[in-house]
Each structure stands twice: as C-alpha cells, then as structure tokens.
Design a protein around this ligand. Structure first.
Ligand SMILES: *[C@@H]1O[C@H](CO)[C@@H](O)[C@H](O)[C@H]1NC(C)=O
Length: 341
C-alpha cells in the first residue's frame, strides 16, 4: 500500500500532463487539418425547468464565519439583481467606484435555457434570497448521509418552484463528499412541484485539491513528484490562484454552488437540459470542466482577471463590488464554452 500510493499519484499527474498536451495542441490556430468535432448538443428533454421567481433558502450547517455567509449571500443576490442592487456599490472604504456587476451576465445564460424551454414568453429564472438559517450546532451530527442532507433541506423548506441550499462546514463529512462529488442537486420527487435542493460542502479541510481547485493546487499536481517537476520545466504546472474572497473553502463553494444552481434550475427533475445519458447527465455547467478563462486546459483554469490590490483571480463582479470566479457555461446557441471576461 505504502509503495503503491505515490505510483498512483505519478500516474494521475502524467495523465493530466498528457491531456494538457493534447488540449494545447488542438487549441493551436494553425492546426486546421485537425478535425474538431462539433460539441454535443445540450439537449432539452421536454421536462420542467424552474421558471419565473425562484426563492432560495440557505441552511448553513456547522460553523460558518459571518464573512463566509456574506460571500455566499452576496453571490446569490447578484444573480438576478433589481432596483438598488443594480446601482454600483462598493465596499466601505474601498478606493474609487466599484466596477459594474457582471454575475448577472453569467446567470443570463441560465435564463436563456429557461426561456428556450418555455412555451410562453418567459423572463427567465429570477433568483430571490428568501431566507438564511443557521444550524451551527450540527443538529444531525457531523457525519451525514445523503438522505440526511435531503432531510435537512426539506426541514428548512422552500416555497414551490424554489431551491433549498444546504451548505456544510469544513468539518462536516457527507457520504460521497470528495470521493464522488463536491456537491449535488436533486428533488424530493421527479415531478413539477417536488422540492428542489442543492448541497455543497466546504472542502478546505477535506479535499481542497479536488473541490477548491483552482484556489488550491489540483490533486495530481500537488506533490512535487517527478511528473510535476517535469511539468514545471515546461511551464505547464500553474500555481493555485488566490481566492477572491480570501478563502479557498468559501470561494470553492461558490464555484460549486454556481454550477449546481445552474443545474438545479435547468434540470431540476432530470428531464431538462443535459448532454448524454440521463443516468449520468452532463449539465450546462458540467460540459466545460475546469474552464474559467481563455486558453484553459486540464490543470490550468485559463487566463482570468487578477485583482490589482489582492492578486486574487476572478472573472465576474457581484454585489458590493465582490469578486467571484465562476465556471464557464455551455452557450445554448452553439454549445461552445461561454467564458466570462
Ligand atoms: C458561439 O457563439 C458565440 C456568440 O454567441 C461566438 O462568440 C462564438 O465564437 C461561437 N463559437 C463557435 C465555436 O462557433
């Protein structure tokens, strides 16, 4: 066992390097003789999507610092801004005017899917932050099954057409967290009106290289092994990005929350928008894995903006001038990856 583990790590790193080389090659503009198959369609399966007002309730399960809750709440409030949220705001004491918010431009792609599915004229999915609840004492313990997570989601409930979001703190273990998922979305029944829920875990203590990348070195590259060093010589292994809100745990959660909210709205009951097999659907935020900026390849998130003051990587701006890094979504017109810049 002891001898085997490093071997597997090296293999994983080599695989990533090989993938990186392949991706870099096919992205070169002069290789026009290479056939690039068109991306698969993000097919609509004639089922319900979440249309109109989408009330979102958030349960913070475990100890969350107020700052982390503010990061999450500001993100959700930035998706469908209205009224005074539209005005430029900036953090207290921040120099100069805040840049215009762009999180809503990212969500506008989700709205386009919702409108595509709608028979009548639809304004898309308007996310409203309905409530925030704390369970700081972990009323169901610090080891949860998926069924317990669903139970928590139903206990703190949401209005029909809404989404219950359960966020678990860094010291809470959930079945399959890290090994099979950084979070999930689902519903209590597969029909319209079934309660929709999203769960995301804070990975900072359990698997930051999997669920908080690119704010933490990716698992395959994290160990300075032979393959990793060779990568450095080729300038391919990139250092982790600084987290825009100062914490890989919460900024990683926002990435996964964003992807799962997009999936929950466009495929709430398993008959909405996805590619491939219904048993393993690739949803609108899953078809461009690891893509945050132009030129991304496995192990490298692509070129993103860098905050001059903090050095943090981001690609959108939200409420209160807050920066976030959000995953590329599939363009509903031509199925290419839509990169925020
Ligand atoms: C897809 O459409 C967008 C505009 O909506 C365009 O910028 C992009 O180049 C297109 N991608 C491909 C691969 O055609």
């Amino acid at each position: 066992m002891v001898a085997k583990k490093p071997r597997a790590r090296i293999d994983a790193a080599l695989l990533l390097l090989v993938l990186a080389a392949v991706m870099g090659f096919s992205a070169r503009p002069c290789e026009s003789s290479l056939y690039n198959p068109p991306p698969p369609a993000m097919a609509y399966h004639d089922g319900a999507v979440l249309d109109g007002v989408v009330p979102v309730s958030v349960l913070y399960y475990g100890a969350f610092p107020p700052h982390h809750k503010a990061v999450v709440a500001d993100f959700l409030l930035s998706l469908s801004p209205h009224g005074r949220d539209m005005q430029r705001q900036h953090s207290f004491g921040a120099p100069g005017p805040a840049p215009p918010p762009t999180v809503a431009r990212w969500w506008a792609t989700v709205d386009r899917y919702v409108r595509k599915a709608s028979l009548v004229t639809s304004a898309g999915a308007r996310v409203v932050l309905a409530s925030q609840v704390d369970d700081a004492a972990c009323s169901m313990g610090k080891r949860l099954t998926r069924a317990q997570v669903e139970h928590l989601a139903s206990r703190f409930g949401v209005a029909p057409g809404g989404v219950a979001v359960v966020l678990t703190a860094s010291d809470v273990a959930v079945d399959g967290f890290c090994t099979s998922a950084c979070g999930t979305h689902g519903s209590s029944s597969t029909s319209l009106g079934g309660a929709v829920h999203v769960w995301v875990g804070d990975a900072s203590a359990q698997c930051p290289g999997r669920c908080a990348w690119p704010f933490h070195p990716a698992e395959g590259f994290a160990y300075g092994d032979t393959a990793g060093r060779r990568g450095h010589e080729h300038g391919r292994v990139e250092a982790a990005l600084r987290a825009p809100n100062g914490d890989a745990g919460v900024d990683g959660m926002v990435i996964n929350l964003a992807a799962l909210m997009a999936g929950a709205v466009t495929n709430p009951y398993g008959r909405g928008f996805f590619q491939g097999d219904a048993a393993a659907p690739v949803e609108v935020a899953g078809a461009c894995p690891g893509v945050y900026g132009r030129g991304a390849y496995p192990g490298y998130p692509g070129a993103v903006r860098v905050d001059a003051a903090t050095g943090a990587g981001y690609n959108v701006v939200g409420r209160n001038g807050r920066r976030y890094l959000l995953p590329a979504l599939v363009n509903p017109d031509n199925y290419s990856c839509l990169i925020m810049s």
